[in-house]
Write a protein that binds this ligand. Sequence first.
Ligand code: 13P
Ligand code: SF4
Length: 348
Amino acid sequence: HLSDEVMEEKIYRIKKQMGNELFIPCHHYQKDEIVQFADATGDSLQLAQISAKQHAKFIVFCGVHFMAETADILSTPNQKVILPDMRAGCSMADMANDQQTTIAWNLLTELFGDTLLPLTYVNSTASIKAFVGRNGGATVTSSNAKKMVQWAFTQKQRLLFLPDQHLGRNTAYDLGIPLDQMAVWDPIQHRLEYDGDLSQVRVILWKGHCSVHENFTLKNIEYIRKNKPEMHVIVHPECSHDVVQHADFHGSTKFIIDTIEKAKAGTKWAIGTEMNLVNRLRSQHKDKEIISLNPYMCPCLTMNRIDLPHLLWVLDQIAEAEEINRIVVDEHVAVDARLALKRMLDLS
Ligand code: 13P
Ligand code: SF4
C-alpha cells in the first residue's frame, strides 16, 4: 500500500524514462491527481483531434472506454491504447447497442424511407460509430454538434441522433427546429414516441441520457434565481432541455472553461457539469465565486475510476513490456467507425 507521494514519484519517473514513447491524454472530468500527469487535457473533440495526431507508442488514455476506442480507431497499427481501469465505461454509451440500432433502423426506414441520416455523439461504442459511418453519417461532440447537425441536413431531410436525447434536442432547438418536429425513439420498447403527423418529423432522438447531467434540475436553477439572483448559471448540453433553456449559458466542457476564464473577477457562477471540473475551476479562479448547480455535486463514477493506483499499475506493466488493459477495436468495426469520425474531424 503506497502513499500518494510515492505513487506520484514513481509515475513521474516512468514518464521521464519513457519520454516520447508515452502520451497521456486526459479528459476535463478526470481527478486532479491524474490531470497533473496529462500531456494534453481537453474535451471530447480536442482529445479526438489530439489522438489523431499522436506518434507515441503508448497512449494511456485517462478518460472512459469510448474515448480510448476512438483513440485506437484513429491511431496507427503500431500504437497501443491503454485504459488504466477497464471498468471506466459510460452509462450513456451503453444505452445504444447493435441489436437495438438494427431494429430501430429497419423500423424507421420503413416509416421514413431513404430520408434519414444517423449522427452519433462520440459518447457511443465503436460499433455504433461504425453503424453510423456505414450509413453515411458522422460523429458529433458537444463542441461541434451545431455544425454537424447543419451538415446532416445538407445530406438528408431527417436525422436520427444517438444516443443522447438531450444533446440532440438542445442542438436542434438552438438551430431553430421546434420541439414538435422532434420524435423520440425508445430503444427498449422499440417504439417511436410522437403524437403528430409523421411527415413533420425532422429529428428522431434516441432515448438515452447522461446519468450525471440528468442530476441538474429546474429546481436547482429556481433555487439559485431566488437565493443568489446575481449568479450566472452555465450548464452542459447533456442537461435536459428545461435546464438548458433556463440557464444563462450552455455549451461543452471547453465552452464552460473558456467562459469562466474570460469572466470578470467578482462574478458568480453556478455550473451544471461534472464535479471534478467544477472543483478545478473553483480552485483555479479564486477571484470568482463558483459553485455546483446541484449542491450535492455530481461525480461521474466511471471517470473517477481512473486514479493514482490504476495509472501507476498500467505504467508499471508497460515499463515491464507487459500488455495490459489494451483497447483494440476490430478492424472490421474500426473501418466504418473511422468514416464517421473522419467526417466530423474534416468538418471541425
Ligand atoms: P465534452 O467533453 O464533449 O464536453 O463531453 C462531456 C462528457 O460527458 C464526456 O463524457
Ligand atoms: Fe458518460 Fe456522462 Fe460520465 Fe460523460 S459524464 S462519461 S456522458 S456518464
